[in-house]
Ligand binder design. Structure first.
Ligand code: CP
Length: 310
């Protein structure tokens, strides 16, 4: 159902997304056992190859793999031959020769995961490629919302901030739209991609986006991908676009506050809102492990060969 690789949500069917979310439920139950290990993927090897910084995604993929009894190897570009000038293609061929089953890649260039997938026989999972896609982040966001709200269909989802440089926003737009939510985008004009309405999302003012929203997703300014001069100052951005208690008052009383992390408290979100009763930011992190367990399990063929999770 998942195919060889998981590169993005743009072309993923609703049925496949729902299968991953349905599989993540039992996976999260495993995380709460005293012995957090099932033999589902025993003997499989997962390599995590990260060319960019990460806490949540890297650790959660490695934990997910370990909970499924995979052998795992983590490679950070600074500690590998990448630091000696090796290209992604050559690194890919080198890794492929060692016969891993799954490679999880984060890379600053859009399309890097697709390139790797063409080069290697291993399954490739995109853990973020430039400003293109971060599919497992969107899947964990969908899982969190579906669990809290009981549905995605018909919800109003506001995504606020640096849309132009955000792979989280791009995968979120595809995922939430495919499952029937209405996605509203708000942010400075300099951080709004051209023709983003073609995705089906609505570009709106901050107030329009927040009004009666069921979900408010705040984004970090992706300064590592921004050209200079896009914003006058962080302070002005915080004043004009930061989520505070007053602005959250525009959303529905039971609206969920989400953030993919890492957060810049006091910039895109106030600490009061980030730690407040509507925030599900910590649950997003927990659900990230469960969703990545589901992705590894399904992509490696689990569930299609009468393997059991026990
Ligand atoms: N959300 C996310 O991708 O976080 P990390 O950069 O810490 O992996």
């Amino acid at each position: 159902m998942l195919g060889k690789d998981l590169l993005g949500l743009e072309y993923m069917s609703r049925e496949t997304i729902e299968k991953i979310l349905d599989t993540a439920g039992p996976m999260r139950e495993i995380m709460h056992r005293s012995i957090k290990k099932v033999p589902a993927l025993r003997g499989r090897t997962v390599v995590t190859l990260f060319y960019e910084a990460s806490t949540r995604t890297r650790v959660s993929f490695e934990l997910a793999a370990k909970y499924l009894s995979c052998d795992t190897i983590g490679i950070a570009s600074a500690a590998s031959s990448v630091a000696k000038g090796e290209s992604l293609k050559d690194t890919a061929r080198t890794l492929a020769a060692m016969q891993p089953d799954i490679i999880v890649l984060r890379h600053p260039l859009a399309g890097a995961a697709a390139l790797l997938a063409r080069e290697v026989g291993a399954h490739v999972v995109n853990a973020g490629d430039g400003a293109h896609e971060h599919p497992t982040q969107a899947l964990l966001d969908l899982f969190t919302v579906r669990e809290k709200k009981g549905r995605i269909e018909g919800l109003k989802v506001a995504i606020v901030g640096d849309i132009a440089h955000s792979r989280v926003a791009r995968s979120g737009i595809w995922g939430f739209s495919r499952l029937g939510a209405r996605v509203f985008l708000a942010g400075p004009a300099t951080l709004m991609p051209e023709a983003v309405e073609k995705t089906g999302a609505v570009v709106a003012s901050l107030e329009e986006a927040l009004q009666d929203a069921d979900v408010v997703m705040m984004l970090r300014l992706q300064t590592e991908r921004q050209k200079s001069g896009l914003l006058p100052s962080l302070n002005e951005y915080a004043v004009l676009f930061g989520l505070n208690r007053d602005r959250l008052g525009l959303a529905r009383p039971d609206a969920l506050v989400m953030h993919p992390g890492p957060m810049n408290r006091g910039v895109e979100i106030t600490p009061e809102v980030a730690d407040g009763p509507r925030s599900v930011i910590v649950e997003q992190v927990e659900n990230g492990v469960a969703v990545r367990m589901a992705v590894l399990y399904l992509i490696a063929g689990g569930g299609s060969r009468h393997e059991t999770l026990d």
